[in-house]
Design a protein around this ligand. Structure first.
Ligand SMILES: [Zn+2]
Ligand SMILES: [Zn+2]
Length: 203
């Protein structure tokens, strides 16, 4: 929760502030559960600008945090530094969108987008849903440890970045077994005449 009392309600007033908050966990996680996100309790550094306007407080800012996840290609853990920008309007509940006292609040309640509006309540506003949206937007849907991550070997699952020359001969494993058998037979056939030949030369 952020306090707007110091800012006041005079339109044009502006306040800059920096604050560090802890990332929430559970359903409120700043991220995509099971993929990538800012771990619960991790620091989220906020640089904010609060502007007093007729109908409320316009909040512009950047959230700096480190998200943790794993590479979608090689499954290695990865860290990602985030700078998520956001801007949100927090309306005064007691005025309409032109800054006039809203005696006709029932009428405006039907306006499109009314449900999505965020409000200043008792001089406080809750930035958490805004931060969550901003962080999730800034996160990659397919995080990779590096742009050219070669991923895992499709045959044996070894991490290709650790072993760039890694390859398999394109042979079916059952065929490989037969081939091994054939080589044994060939060796046997070759050995017999050669030894016989050597014997005959020596005599
Ligand atoms: Zn990777
Ligand atoms: Zn392999």
């Amino acid at each position: 929760m952020f306090d707007t009392h110091e800012l006041g309600r005079r339109p044009g007033a502006m306040q800059r502030l920096s604050r560090t908050v802890e990332a929430p966990g559970g359903d409120g996680i700043f991220g995509i559960a099971g993929v990538i996100g800012v771990p619960e309790g991790a620091e989220v550094r906020l640089d904010l600008r609060l502007e007093s306007v007729m109908e409320g407080v316009l909040v512009t800012g950047t959230a700096h945090a480190t998200a943790e996840g794993e590479c979608v290609r090689c499954l290695e853990p990865l860290d990602l530094t985030l700078d998520a920008d956001f801007q949100e309007m927090f309306s005064y509940p007691d005025v309409d969108d032109r800054g006039r006292p809203s005696a006709r609040q029932d009428d405006t309640a039907d306006e499109e987008g009314e449900e999505d509006r965020l409000f200043v309540e008792d001089g406080l506003f809750d930035l958490e849903p805004v931060l969550r949206d901003a962080v999730v937007l800034a996160l990659p849907m397919q995080p990779v440890c590096r742009e050219d991550c070669p991923g895992l070997c499709s045959e044996c699952g070894v991490r290709l970045a650790d072993d760039p020359d890694h390859h398999h001969d394109a042979v079916d494993i059952r065929w490989a077994a037969l081939q091994g058998l054939a080589e044994t037979v060939q060796d046997g056939e070759k050995d017999v005449p050669r030894r016989g030949g050597d014997d005959s030369q020596e005599k």
